[in-house]
Write a protein that binds this ligand. Structure first.
Ligand SMILES: [Zn+2]
Length: 101
């Protein structure tokens, strides 16, 4: 009797439920936030804590802007939604896991 996943009904070795779960968890959101003096911050939300400072550094370098990282959020100075998405892809994040709003 093969081990069947209770979720999708497939044998455990074919089941991708765990992988799908992981993808959902690591959804990255990119959105704008209004800052002081009519300026905007581009927020990148959902980067895992161990990747945060490295990712922040890369984004600041690629986008040539300032920014801060705290919790699992990176705040970049300026409006860089689409550029931030491209930059994330260029450093290895998957396009399908990045949501720009
Ligand atoms: Zn499954």
């Amino acid at each position: 009797m093969p081990d069947i996943c209770p979720n999708c009904g497939l044998p455990k070795e074919l089941c991708v439920c765990n992988i799908l779960d992981r993808e959902t968890e690591s959804k990255i959101k990119v959105y704008l936030k209004k800052a002081k003096f009519d300026k905007y911050l581009t927020v990148v939300d959902g980067i895992s804590a161990d990747e945060l400072s490295k990712t922040a550094k890369s984004l600041k370098r690629i986008l040539a802007c300032g920014g801060t990282a705290k919790g699992n959020v990176i705040e970049l100075q300026g409006e860089h939604k689409e550029q931030a998405k491209k930059a994330l892809i260029s450093i290895g994040y998957r396009e399908s896991s990045i949501e720009v709003s």
